[in-house]
Unconditional design. Structure first.
Ligand code: RET
Length: 251
């Protein structure tokens, strides 16, 4: 795989942008946490923890990307330290179950249903990520397709449960928060669907270097939307509900 200096820098710039976005979202969520009423504080705290975990991992990813290549006589050559894709998968292993908990909290089910759903969807999410990893680190199209298909089974299950669960939760919300919950629902489905598509880039006829560039940029953009933008949306929902409960809705 002959990645060019420009492709390498483009990816590094996206990693840097992602670090800035995660840092800004973490600061925003934690500083503004005190503005929402007590019952929504956990959801806002968890949103900030998700972006904080991602901030750490993108720092590592950025470092690993820069260490994996060096410029020799104007061309980029791989060093003896290969780029470590595992940071991304460990990040997902931690943050995807947390994001699911955030969503389940928003659904406001009974305590026992909340627990059961969190455990079930959390386990399915872990399975989805573990099944995706052997495909991610392989260059063989057949191997990638095999693990992609296996990982799609828990993926479709989770997405279906969220789509249905969030629709019934939306019906039970105060009028002022309904629109935002609906937006959160589509943001989740849309951003999650992006990951298995990005994974397919190398199998759709792109050259090795172009595919790697697209995959890294694709996952970075998806992570900004699924974690930082989504976290801010959760905060906005919590604010609306706090205001609705105080009876001072002005929006
Ligand atoms: C993989 C492997 C190929 C098949 C599928 C995948 C799904 C990944 C998803 C990741 C979601 C990550 C989120 C992170 C934000 O915090 C692992 C790429 C289905 C859905 C939401």
């Amino acid at each position: 795989m002959e990645i060019s200096v420009e492709q390498h820098q483009l990816v590094a710039n996206f990693f840097s942008l992602t670090i800035a976005a995660m840092a800004a979202a973490t600061a925003f969520l934690w500083i503004n946490r005190s503005q929402v009423s007590d019952r929504y504080k956990t959801a806002v705290t968890v949103s900030g923890i998700v972006t904080f975990i991602a901030l750490y991992h993108y720092w590592r990813i950025y470092g690993s990307w820069n260490e994996a290549y060096q410029v020799v006589d104007g061309t980029l050559v791989a060093t003896d330290k290969p780029f470590n894709d595992a940071y991304r998968y460990v990040d997902w292993l931690l943050t995807v179950p947390l994001l699911l908990v955030e969503l389940i909290l928003v659904m406001k089910l009974t305590a026992s249903d909340t627990f059961k759903k969190s455990v079930r969807l959390g386990a399915l999410a872990a399975l989805m990520i573990v099944l995706g990893y052997p495909g991610e680190i392989s260059d063989v199209a057949g191997t990638r397709w095999l693990w992609w298909s296996l990982s799609m089974i828990p993926f479709l299950w989770i997405v279906y449960e969220l789509f249905i669960g969030l629709r019934s939760a939306q019906d039970a919300q105060p009028e002022s928060a309904k629109g935002l919950i609906g937006a959160a629902r589509y943001l989740v489905i849309g951003s999650w669907a992006f990951y298995p598509i990005v994974f397919l880039f190398p199998m759709l006829g792109l050259s090795g270097a172009a595919a790697e560039t697209f995959v890294q940029i694709g996952y970075s953009v998806a992570d900004i939307v699924a974690k930082a933008v989504f976290g801010i949306l959760i905060f906005a929902i919590a604010m609306r509900k706090t205001e609705a409960e105080k009876g001072t809705v002005t929006l």
